[in-house]
Design a protein around this ligand. Structure first.
Ligand SMILES: N[C@@H](CCC(=O)N[C@@H](CS)C(=O)NCC(=O)O)C(=O)O
Length: 212
């Protein structure tokens, strides 16, 4: 199994899932230039990470890869199986994270892609942070009285929340302001799989950087 990832990105979630699975895997970190190269575009026509190779199969889209791994490795406890009562909750949260929260961040990181006005970047970034607040509030309210996003144990949905929610620690309204999300991120930051992922990419949890 091989994962194309980049430090701090959504692809980090797949890396965490692979560490939870514990089977042999390779992670290659690629930069923006490689993601747009002809060879990489053959693997992932969108020119983004993650891309995941399993033998002769190439998979793209974070939620699809995480569901694939959940089903392929039932013993790893990555999420409820097909037919289990909480399975639809796994669909719900993977979809919310990839289709709502993640895109809300894009204008903050890449304002030039969201306006043709060179003076409009600050306004675009402000709009992005308002949307991120809206989505993080939905997640935070869902986590009230719950340990994890889905059911009673950590799942790939929490693994995906980890990089996305970590981005907002740098915002004026920090992830630390969402007490339930902050609790989940801090818990994950001490998970051996997350520690291994950080070691492999030479990074450290955003929560620790804040405390430093
Ligand atoms: N819908 C895709 C989005 C992937 C995505 O946007 N990845 C970002 C990193 S978090 C990326 O590679 N961005 C590079 C770019 O937009 O040029 C998924 O969920 O896999």
């Amino acid at each position: 199994m091989k994962l194309y990832s980049a430090p701090g990105t959504c692809a980090t979630a797949i890396h965490i899932a692979l560490e939870w699975i514990g089977e042999a895997h390779e992670v290659e970190h690629v930069g923006l230039k490689t993601m747009k190269s002809p060879d990489y575009l053959k693997l992932n026509p969108a020119g983004v990470v993650p891309t995941f190779i399993d033998s002769d199969q190439t998979l793209v889209e974070a939620a699809a890869i995480l569901l694939y791994l959940t089903d392929k490795y039932p013993g790893a406890g990555l999420g409820p199986a097909v037919g289990a009562p909480d399975r639809q909750e796994l669909y719900r949260w993977l979809t919310f994270l990839t289709a709502t929260l993640h895109p809300y961040f894009w204008p903050h990181f890449m304002p030039m892609r969201f306006t043709t006005d060179p003076h409009g970047h600050d306004a675009v970034k402000t709009a992005s942070r308002i949307l991120v607040d809206k989505a993080l509030t939905v997640i935070d309210q869902h986590l009230e009285g719950r340990e994890w996003l889905v059911g009673d144990t950590r799942t790939v949905a929490d693994a995906l929340l980890y990089p996305l929610a970590s981005w907002a620690y740098a915002f004026e309204k920090s992830t630390a302001a969402y007490a339930n999300i902050d609790r989940v991120i801090r818990k994950l930051a001490s998970d051996p799989a997350v520690i291994a992922m950080h070691e492999a990419q030479g990074s450290s949890p955003k929560v620790e950087r804040l405390a430093a």
